[in-house]
Design a protein around this ligand. Sequence first.
Ligand SMILES: Cc1ncc(COP(=O)(O)O)c(C=O)c1O
Length: 344
Amino acid sequence: MIDLRSDTVTRPTDAMRRVIADAEVGDDVYHDDPTVLALEARVAEVLGKDDAMFTPTGTMANQTALRAHTSPGDVVLASKDAHIDLHELGAANAISGLTIQQLDGEAGTFTADQVRSAVPEIPASMPASLFQPVTLVAAENTHNAAGGTVWPLARLTNVTETARGLGLATHLDGARLWNATAATGVSEAEYSAGFDTVSVCFSKGLGAPMGSALAGSKAIVDRARRFKQMFGGGFRQAGMMAAGALYAVEHHRERLADDHANARRLAVGLAEQPGVEVDLDTVATNMVYFRVTAMSAAKFEAAWLDNGVAALALTHDTIRAVTNLHVTTDDIDAAIKAAATVLG
Ligand SMILES: Cc1ncc(COP(=O)(O)O)c(C=O)c1O
């Protein structure tokens, strides 16, 4: 089976399993697991921040950041269909009492002007206490729901500088920041520079079995550690998982370019099929979102699976296929051939 459902479905390679088995461990809650500490130091260095905190999931890295930056009742500005809103199941509302306001822009981005307009100008005649405070701006790079799209660095910098000028904190959901770097050559640290906190995942394109991290200043990461513990994220002998993550950071970043080339090859091959529409401009990294017009997406998904290819029907007409470290160029050619068979 060629599994294109997600880049999270990968299993650890043999080399990764060996470092996991051999990992030196301590107790994450006592902050003395040497492999966790080594991972945190390395991630902070790669992202150009003072400190980092290892978490079991990207959701926990994002939600501890949101909680650390805000107070209940605050408004967070985020992109349209941001993961922190759409796929974290109302955690920001349920756990931290936040309202997320989506800013609809191009390919999962938004502009500094949109940030400015979303912050209420309080008339001199009105009490400030009548306005819900906007306190945080959150961006997502790459942007999952927009198709794995990459923020142009200039737009991102404009947004973070504007946010800072307005006194707002900034968070980057960088679950796939590694992919943005592989696609553009802009380093992870350059993308992170304007942000107070940045989350990254090791369990997506990098192929580790689990784990994410939140990086930032020592003060904000210390505050987030309190919420990691509160949310149930103190995961004891986590060094085993940190070893897999560290291996992924050192050995699997460069190969993401292969996933991107495979995604483009798939997108181009699918675009040639009658009954399929692909916006090639949105295929920037390892994701291919395409529309099926010949039949329902659910029917296409089931028939593609019968022909050996797993993908996800996200809506009545949209399918998502994601390349990852188990998917070869031959698999891509086989997937295109299977699509042709399905489409008849
Ligand atoms: C953009 C983005 N952020 C955060 C997450 C959350 O990661 P996790 O599944 O580890 O909680 C995901 C997961 O797919 C994601 O795509």
